[in-house]
Design a protein around this ligand. Sequence first.
Ligand code: ADP
Ligand code: ZN
Ligand code: ZN
Length: 732
Amino acid sequence: MPGTRISVPFGHQKAILGIAISESAIEADTSITDLASPSTDTQSRQPKKPTHKLRSIHGTLESSPVLNEELLALCQWCADYYHYPLGDTCQLALPALLRKPVCIPQNKTITWVLNNAGSMTTDTSLRRSPKQQEALALFKRLKNISKDQLKFHEISPATIKTLHQKKLLDKQELSVNLLPLKRKHPLLKEGALQLNPEQKIALERIVFNKFNAYLLDGITGSGKTEVYLQAIHAVLNNNKQALILVPEIGLTPQTAARFKHRFNVPVATLHSGLSNMQRFKIWQAIKHNQYPIVIGTRSSVFSPLNDLGLIVVDEEHDLSYKQQEGVRYSARDVAIVRAQKLNIPLILGSATPALETLQNALSGRYQHLTLRQRAQSQSLPTIKCIETTSSGLGEEAITAIRKTIAQGQQVLVFINRRGYAPTLICQNCKWMCQCEACDNRMTLHRTQSQIHNARQYLHCHRCDYRTAVPNKCPNCNSSHLNFLGTGTQREEEDLEKIFTDIPILRIDRDSTSQKGRLEELFKQINTGKPCILIGTQMLAKGHHFANLGLGIILGIDQSFFSSDFRGAERIGQLLTQVSGRIGRENTRCNGSQVLIQTQFVDHPLLQQLLKQNYYEFAKTLLNERQLTAMPPYEFITVIRCHCTQAQAAQQFLHEARLQAQSIIPAHTNLQYLGPMPAAIEKRANRYHFILQIKSSSRAERQQLLRQLCQRLETSKQPNGLHWLVDVDPQEF
Ligand code: ADP
Ligand code: ZN
Ligand code: ZN
C-alpha cells in the first residue's frame, strides 16, 4: 500500500528503508522511493529501471502505511517545489525512529469484546453464575473492557476466562494508541474571554469549511492568541482537529499552557527537547487520533493528524520556520499548501508580518484581519532614542532603570550578543583574535558571572571552537589586551555592580543551557517582583510578562548596515517585538517606555519606525522591494556550494551558471548573479559560495530548476564538495 515502510535491498548494503509510493499489478515488485541514496532518480521520483533489473523487496515493516495519502501528496509537493528527492521529503514527515529499516515494537493491551453470541445470550442461560451474569450485563452496556479496567469493574480474571471459553467474549490485542479517545464534556475547561470588537470581527470573518489564508495582523498584546483559541473551539465543536505551529515551544511555554488550560482535550506538544522515543510515541498517538490539538515547532507541520480542521502559524514571520539544513523548506509555506489541499482555513498570526505575507494580504490573496488595539486597552510603550557612542548602558538608561525599579516594576535590557565581549583587541597593534577556521572574530566568554575569579575563554560562534585567552598579543607581544564592545555577560556584570540588591536575570543560550533553568527564570519573572532581565533574541519572542515597565535596546547599530536586502525588515521586526514585551498588562505600566541606545538617532529607518508603526514601515519597504524587483515581487533561488577549496566551489557554481543559461538564457525577468561568496564565507575551514537566480515567474523557475538539478546531479564533482538548492532563501 502506498505510504507503507518497506525494507529494500540496495547494492551491497543489507537493507535500507523505502516507502512504497505505488503498486504495479504486473510486477510482484513495489515501486519504491529509496531513502538512503536520495540523489539518484530524483527527477522522475520513481525509478524508471527496466523491469528485468527490478529486485524484490525484503518485506513491509508495518501492516499499515506510516504516511497516508494526504501526507504523501504533501511530501511530493515539497519534493517538487524545493527540488529535493521524494525520499528526503518523506523523511521530514517521519519521526527519527522510523527512518531506519527496523520494526518498532508496539505497546499492546488486551481488550475483551462482547461478540454476537455474547450479546444474544440471555441472563437465564447463566442463571447459576451471578458473577458471569453481572459481567455480561456490564459488557452489554460497555461493549468492550480493557484488561486494566477489569479490576475497576470488579470482574475477576476467572469470570473472564469462563466467558471466553463459552465463546461469548472475544480477545483483542490492540496497540495502546488505538484505544478510541473518549471526548470529555464540557469541551472548555475554563471560560473563553469576552472578545473585544476587533477580535470579534476577526473571528467572525473566518470561514471554517473551506480554504482561506487569513493574516491575523495584530499589534503585540492585541489578543491574537484569544482569537486562535476561539477559532480552535469552533473546530473542536465540529469534531475536527487543530494544528498550531509556534517558533520555539521551549522559549514560550506559556503559549502552549494557554491551550492546555482552555480545553478539556489532550494537547500534544512537539519540541526539540523530546527523546526519539517520546517523539515517536506522540507521533503514533497523533496518528491514532489521540490528540485533537497539536502544538509544535517547524517539523510538526507534517504531523499525521487525520481530521484537520484548522492550521495556525503563530509569529509567522519567524525565521525558525525555514529549515536551514537538509531540505530547505519553509514550514509556513508548507502549512499554506497543506491547508489548501485539505480545503481548510489557515491563520497566519504576527505583529510584524513578513513582507511576503503582508503583500499577499494587501493584494487580496489572503484575508487581512487586523487588531490595532491592545486587548486590555493598555497603551503601547513610548519609544525614545538615546544618542550614544559607548556600547554599554549610558547614564540616562541607568537613571530610567532606577526609576522603574523604584516603582516596583521590571526592566528588560536587550542585547543581541551573548558572551562577555564580541572580541579581544591589542591596544598596541590593533590585533584582534580570530578563528582561523572561519575568519571570524572570537567572542570572549566567562564561565561565571562573579566578578572575581572569573575564568574566561574565547569562543567561535560559527564552528564552536574554544581556546584560552592569551596573556600577550601574539602579534607584537604587548600585554595591553582589551575587550571591545559588549555582550550580555558584560552588561550583567556592570549591572550587578550598580544594582546590588536587585535580582539580575540573564537569559541567553549560555545561561539557559541547563535543563529546567529557563523555566526557573520564567517563574521568577512571573512573580512580578522587581528585577532586571538581560537577554538576547530569546527575550524578544512572544513572551507575555505582566510587569515589564521599561525596555532598553543596545547594540543594534551594525544591523543598519546589513548587506542582506531583508536587513531593514528584520530590524523593524526585532525592535517592534522587543518593544512589544513592554507594558503589556499591569496598569501601573501605563507610561511604560522603551529606550534605544544608538549612534544613528537620525537613521531614516529608525525614524520611520518610531514616528509611524510597523505596518506603515513595512508598506514603505514593500514599495522599495517593488522598485528594486526583489521578493515578494520576484522569486529568488540560490544554489549553495561549499568545499575546502574555495576555487572548486566557485568553479562548480560557474559551471552551474553556464548550464542554467543553456537551459534558459538570462532575460529581463530572469537573472543570474554570481558565483559570489556567501554571507558567511568561511566556516570550519570550508568555503561557501552561492549562485543567485532571480525570476519573476514561478513556473519558469520550476522548469529551470528541474532541468538544472538533473544536470548537476549527474555532473562530476571533486571529493568533499557539497551543493544544494535553496528555494526562497531567508539568508544568503
Ligand atoms: P498577542 O498574542 O496578540 O501578543 P495575547 O493573546 O497574549 O496577545 O493577549 C495579551 C493579553 O490580553 C493576555 O493577557 C490575554 O489574556 C489578554 N486578552 C486577550 N484578549 C482579551 C479580551 N478579549 N479580554 C480581556 N483580556 C484579553
Ligand atoms: Zn599587538
Ligand atoms: Zn570558527
